[in-house]
Write a protein of this length. Structure first.
Length: 73
C-alpha cells in the first residue's frame, strides 16, 4: 500500500491525522541525520501493526512530502 505523507518533525508528540488522501504525521524527532525518517518508519510500524522492515520510503528522504510503501496491508 502506497501512502502520501506530509511529515512535521519537532512536534510536541507523535500523532497521525488523515485529511482526505493526505496523511499528516507529527513526530517528536528532529529533522537531523535521518532521525525523523527513522522515527516515521517506527511510528508507522506501530500504527499499522507491521514490522519496520516492511516499510520503505520511496520518495522524499530529504523532504517533508514523502511517498511510503507498506507491505502486508
Amino acid at each position: 500500500m502506497k501512502l502520501s505523507i506530509k511529515v512535521t518533525p519537532g512536534a510536541k508528540k507523535n500523532l497521525l491525522k488523515q485529511e482526505g488522501d493526505l496523511i499528516k504525521v507529527y513526530l517528536t524527532a528532529p529533522p537531523v541525520e535521518g532521525k525523523a525518517n527513522d522515527a516515521l518508519i517506527k511510528f508507522l510500524a506501530e500504527y499499522y501493526g507491521v514490522r519496520s522492515s516492511m516499510i520503505d520510503i520511496l520518495k522524499g528522504l530529504k523532504s517533508r512530502q514523502k511517498i511510503v510503501n507498506i507491505e502486508g496491508i
